[in-house]
Design a binder for this molecule. Structure first.
Ligand SMILES: [Zn+2]
Length: 101
């Protein structure tokens, strides 16, 4: 993820994958509350800044990273990231009875 005025960060969050649609789905408000709780501690000035989710990181490489098995530069980390091919905004309507308007 790239955050304006902060730079590149790699988050350890998991998302829903729909194999049928080939979509990785995350809840924007959950993602943003995660970011707020993270940046309250490390850099509160950037809370609310624009951000861009670049892609996903290979789980095996992510685990190596958090276990600190090998020190890697940002350029090396980028090799384990798969870019998203596109971005869709999904909304949902809770189940229930709706009047035709
Ligand atoms: Zn689907």
């Amino acid at each position: 993820m790239f955050i304006k005025d902060h730079g590149f960060i790699i988050l350890g969050i998991t998302c829903i994958y729909c194999a049928k649609c080939k979509l990785i789905i995350t809840n924007q408000s959950e993602l943003e509350s995660y970011l707020v709780s993270l940046f309250e501690k490390i850099n509160p000035n950037i809370i609310g800044n624009e951000y861009f989710v670049v892609g996903t990181m290979d789980l095996k490489e992510w685990k190596k990273r958090i276990n600190n098995d090998e020190k890697r530069s940002l350029e090396q980390e980028v090799e384990f990231i798969s870019d998203f091919k596109g971005l869709l905004e999904l909304n949902y309507q809770p189940a229930g009875w709706y009047r035709n308007v």
